[in-house]
Design a protein around this ligand. Structure first.
Ligand SMILES: Nc1ncnc2c1ncn2[C@@H]1O[C@H](COP(=O)(O)OP(=O)(O)OP(=O)(O)O)[C@@H](O)[C@H]1O
Length: 357
């Protein structure tokens, strides 16, 4: 079993409140990602779970039992860090075997475990090489095999892919998801990279300034962000946010109006923000709901072009085909898929109720 729960974790370092009442429920066998910007409290959360941080308040529960007072060793959790140096004079095999040797496992147990992990990570043919004879990516795999060879209650991973180049990161994302599935173990994975979080997680907890903003599946966090901040942090290019208010059956902004979505509960005149993602906008199709703007710039990205459109004083990013052309300053209409739009209260930042949606 590998159920992990934390209740009301709080921790200050001097004046910095690193954690402010963090509560999370991490189911057995899940790939649970803690996502947030630098300084959000992700590493501190992981260290608190591992028993490496003395808390001001809160508790840690492992498999339903209060483990707050337990030593790190008694918690039976494995921590995987950004930098996991290999022993340079040892072969890959010896490196992977080292945690099991330390636990005095029998040679046949060790051989079986190393074999299983190296086949999972596709490094069987590298086992007799020393680190100096491996590429960066191969070293990373060996290091990962060494971390994963144990069978702890859960793996705690702190941005383990940060030091890899983009191609390898993408490859390792797929590998990690596959390894997770085949081990069936609980992974608690910390990252500031939203693509990593969305592509690997079963559940994502979004953290900001020591507070949990939202917990949900990647699709929930992306499609139903709980507040304006989550909407802005998750998604690339970032969501466009236009100031507006409701007026009868219309939404009214600076130089534009749109039909008011049926599910909107806000009273007339209350300051709102309309959140529009680049893929829910078009400069190529025509529809009833459209915003007048002018072309600000084109960003060709190879497989698509992001069109920057100025609407009032704000810039909206629109995903378009690579065939789109235009000159800056040119007038154009941005068609909006209102069913996929988001509305936030401009004062609280909270998403408006979408119950009727
Ligand atoms: N030992 C410490 N002493 C003082 N301040 C600390 C200590 N550890 C963390 N902090 C502060 O607590 C806050 C949260 O830190 P934490 O390392 O948990 O953030 P993070 O989300 O993991 O960030 P990053 O993505 O940059 O690693 C930060 O403001 C950090 O400066």
């Amino acid at each position: 079993m590998g159920t992990v729960a934390v209740r009301g974790l709080s921790k200050s370092f001097g004046k910095v409140q690193a954690l402010d009442g963090v509560t999370l429920d991490i189911p057995d066998g899940s790939f649970f990602v803690v996502l947030g910007p630098s300084g959000a409290g992700k590493t501190t959360t992981l260290r608190a779970i591992a028993g490496l941080e003395k808390l001001d308040a809160g508790s840690v529960h492992l498999d339903g039992r209060d483990a707050t007072g337990d030593s790190p060793a008694a918690r039976d959790l494995a921590m995987v860090f950004q930098n996991y140096a290999l022993y340079p004079r040892h072969t890959a095999y010896e490196n992977i075997a080292s945690p099991l040797r330390a636990r005095r496992c029998s040679p046949s147990e060790i051989a079986a475990a190393v074999e299983r992990m190296s086949s999972l990570l596709h490094i069987e043919r590298l086992l007799q090489r020393r680190p100096a004879q491996l590429s960066g990516g191969e070293m990373q795999r060996v290091a990962l095999a060494r971390a994963l060879v144990r069978q702890p209650r859960a793996f705690l991973m702190d941005e383990p892919l940060t030091n890899l180049d983009l191609k390898l990161r993408v490859e390792m994302r797929t590998e990690l998801t596959r390894i997770h599935r085949s081990l069936g173990a609980t992974f608690i994975y910390v990252t500031n990279d939203q693509v990593e979080a969305l592509s690997m997680a079963d559940q994502v907890a979004v953290l900001k300034e020591g507070k949990v903003q939202q917990v949900g599946t990647p699709a929930e966090v992306y499609e139903r962000p709980a507040n304006q901040w989550v909407a802005g942090f998750v998604g690339s290019p970032p969501i466009g946010l236009l100031a507006c208010h409701a007026e009868g059956d219309r939404l009214v902004g600076e130089g534009w109006t749109l039909p008011r979505p049926r599910w909107t509960t806000a009273e007339d005149g209350r300051p709102l923000l309309l959140g529009l993602r680049a893929e829910d906008l078009s400069v190529e199709q025509r529809g009833d709901a459209s915003l007048p703007g002018e072309l600000y710039g084109l960003e060709p990205l190879g497989d698509r072009t992001v069109v920057d459109v100025r609407v009032g004083t704000q810039i909206l990013k629109v995903k378009a085909r690579t065939t789109v052309t235009g000159t800056p300053g040119e007038r154009l209409l941005v068609t909006v898929d209102l069913d996929r739009a988001h509305l936030f209260d401009a004062d609280t930042g909270l998403a408006l109720s979408e119950a009727g949606r």
